[in-house]
Design a protein around this ligand. Structure first.
Ligand code: PMP
Length: 281
């Protein structure tokens, strides 16, 4: 596997992570994961914008190679031969003797690599089971930082209970899920948490919000409770890997009739159409 290290592409064996890289010691860094469909980067501009925003919020200077990032990612993709997959990009604050405060002259470190990935069609078609769990994360989860322990613990709990996603509840409000945004439909209203410091502004969320205009659904960006969630007709999650994925069961209780719902399926079709439009036939 080849890795982009700042502005150089080198083989994985030759990349060294410094033991005092702040990403490694403090989780002091940010990342993005972008989908590659048929050799094309999906929503590149939106991902780049979010990466730059995360850097700004954490006061991480943009690293060497940032201005030629898109070109280098394309080179990486070409060299990997991957047509369908994902690219992971990470920027850490850099290497410095371990002290909590920002180092004075550390250079940020950018790494990126490409992986092959199939569309998870089984989950997309049949839906997934989820659990709910307390949202124990910090109060700036709008920043896509490397600090993911709250997410990791929540996902682990889901997996241990035979589910594949953990829906996070702060107080009694549904925020998002461990690695996805949550939408819930009742009648013709589609509820989702507003974009503030309590959720990550998902790129797939943004796409789905746009696609919703082609349906009869009305988007309601407002906090809603776990109790309300359990009474919804349909629930679905969105993220870069799962796209639009129905949630058919939460905490062992069926949502609706326990099948992917009408509007969720409509949004999935709209998403498929968008992909077909992007990919030249
Ligand atoms: N929320 C969280 C906590 C996530 O980790 C992700 C996945 N990065 C998302 C939402 C969805 O974001 P995106 O659609 O950009 O993948």
């Amino acid at each position: 596997m080849n890795i982009l290290l700042n502005d150089e592409i080198i083989s994985r064996e030759n990349v060294m992570v410094d033991i005092e890289d702040r990403g490694y010691q403090f989780g002091d860094g940010i990342y993005e994961m972008i989908r590659i469909y048929d050799g094309l980067l999906f929503e590149w501009e939106a991902h780049l914008e979010r990466l730059v925003r995360s850097a700004k919020e954490l006061m991480i200077p943009l690293p060497k190679g940032m201005e030629v990032l898109q070109k280098n990612i394309h080179l990486l993709m070409k060299e990997s031969g991957v047509l369908n997959g994902s690219v992971y990009i990470q920027i850490t604050r850099g290497v410095s003797p371990r002290k909590h405060h920002f180092p004075e002259n550390a250079d940020p470190v950018l790494t990126a690599y490409v992986r092959e990935m199939e569309r998870p069609l089984e989950q997309i078609r049949n839906g997934i089971k989820a659990i709910t769990t307390e949202d124990i994360r910090w109060l700036r989860v709008d920043i896509k930082s490397l600090n993911l322990l709250g997410n990791v613990l929540a996902k682990q709990k889901a997996v241990e209970q035979g589910a594949s996603e953990a829906i996070l509840v702060r107080g009694d409000i549904v925020t998002e899920a461990s690695s996805s945004n949550v939408f819930a439909i009742r009648g013709q209203e589609c509820f989702t948490h507003p974009t503030n410091q309590f959720i990550l502004n998902g790129i797939t969320r943004q796409v789905v919000v746009r696609l919703m205009e082609s349906t009869n659904l009305t988007l309601v960006e407002t906090p809603f409770t776990k109790e309300a969630l359990m009474e919804m007709d349909e629930v679905f999650i969105t993220n870069t890997g799962l796209e639009v994925c129905p949630v058919i069961e939460i905490d062992e209780q069926l949502i609706g009739d326990g099948m992917p719902g009408y509007y969720t399926t409509q949004l999935q079709k709209a998403f498929e159409t968008l992909l077909l439009e992007l990919i030249p036939q």
